[in-house]
Ligand binder design. Structure first.
Ligand SMILES: NC(=O)c1ccc[n+]([C@@H]2O[C@H](COP(=O)([O-])OP(=O)(O)OC[C@H]3O[C@@H](n4cnc5c(N)ncnc54)[C@H](O)[C@@H]3O)[C@@H](O)[C@H]2O)c1
Length: 274
């Protein structure tokens, strides 16, 4: 995700410092940005000179305090609360009063990430969608202490990055997009579980009837059935709302290793994968 976000930033003319605790991941990220921009050149949407100039604005660094002094920081480290808390504590200690400190978390509470940091008013959620250069949305989520000024800055940054935003006023579990997706996906699983329709027909209903680009079950296979299951459980635990209780079929699929594309079998079978 970090590379995708960096790509749209350099495309927008910004200079980006790439930081990861794993230097191989920085190199992979740089390659991913280069491949993404090459695709635009192949489609005549970017000139060769613009690609070269954009790549010159990708600056790997192994020093988080250099990153902290940027105008804006978008964190996309692994989805673990304690790791994100540590990153934002360090960023807070080094940042300027005007630095925007954003997290790309899909589901963790912004207030909890910002809890131990010294600048919680500057911390906000900016949730991008994969693949970042293609998907138009940035879901902006306020934490308990996020200031109005930080919200304005995040809206401005999302627009500069070519994204359209929605604002989530509280960081309740699942924000807006994961709650909507979970309800649709859980109901799709229940329809299959109850024998009302096949996975193919449930997905076709959403694609042809609602104009969705991909049905919820194919999406769960792509994301990972285990990831979708955990996301649903986290929202159920966070809200206590039975709407988000996981269907039994999902739990049994995860227990059986039917995790979607990555395991070769989920709601569909995938040839040529393990
Ligand atoms: N993958 C998606 O489709 C998607 C969509 C929206 C949001 N997100 C969110 O984006 C974030 C990253 O997701 P991903 O799929 O790219 O994960 P990933 O596991 O592919 O990448 C995470 C990177 O974080 C690095 N890292 C770990 N600890 C670090 C630290 N302390 N400092 C700096 N780097 C560190 C790892 O080396 C790794 O390269 C997560 O919060 C995730 O929830 C992911």
């Amino acid at each position: 995700m970090g590379a995708g976000i960096a790509q749209i930033a350099v495309q927008a003319g910004m200079t980006v410092r790439l930081y990861d605790t794993d230097s191989a991941a920085v190199a992979r990220g740089r390659d991913q940005i280069s491949r993404g921009l090459e695709r635009l050149v192949a489609k005549d949407r970017l000139g060769r000179n613009e690609l070269d100039a954009a790549m010159d604005r990708v600056l790997p660094t192994d020093d988080l305090s250099q990153v902290a002094r940027a105008d804006a920081v978008i964190e996309a480290v692994i989805e673990r609360l304690e790791v994100k808390q540590e990153v934002f504590s360090t960023l807070s200690a080094e940042a300027n009063d005007s630095t925007l400190l954003a997290t790309n978390t899909s589901a963790i509470s912004i207030s909890e990430i910002a809890g131990p940091a010294t600048r919680p008013q500057q911390i906000i959620g900016m949730h991008f969608f994969s693949p970042v250069p293609v998907m138009a949305l940035c879901e902006i989520i306020r934490g308990y202490q996020t200031s109005d000024k930080t919200l304005e800055a995040a809206l401005g940054l999302a627009a500069d990055l070519g994204k359209q935003s929605i604002v989530v006023n509280r960081d309740d579990a699942g924000f807006v997009t994961s709650r909507l997706m979970t309800v649709l996906m859980h109901e799709a699983v229940r329809l299959v579980e109850q024998g009302l329709a096949s996975p193919e027909d449930v997905d076709r209903a959403c694609e042809l009837g609602f104009g969705h680009r991909m049905g919820p079950l194919a999406t769960a296979d792509l994301t990972g059935v285990d990831v979708a299951y955990r996301a649903g459980r986290a929202i159920f635990e966070g809200t206590g709302d039975p709407t988000f209780r996981s269907p039994q079929l999902l739990r049994r699929m995860v227990a059986s290793g039917h995790l979607g594309r990555k395991s070769g079998r989920g709601f569909y079978k995938y040839e040529g994968t393990k």
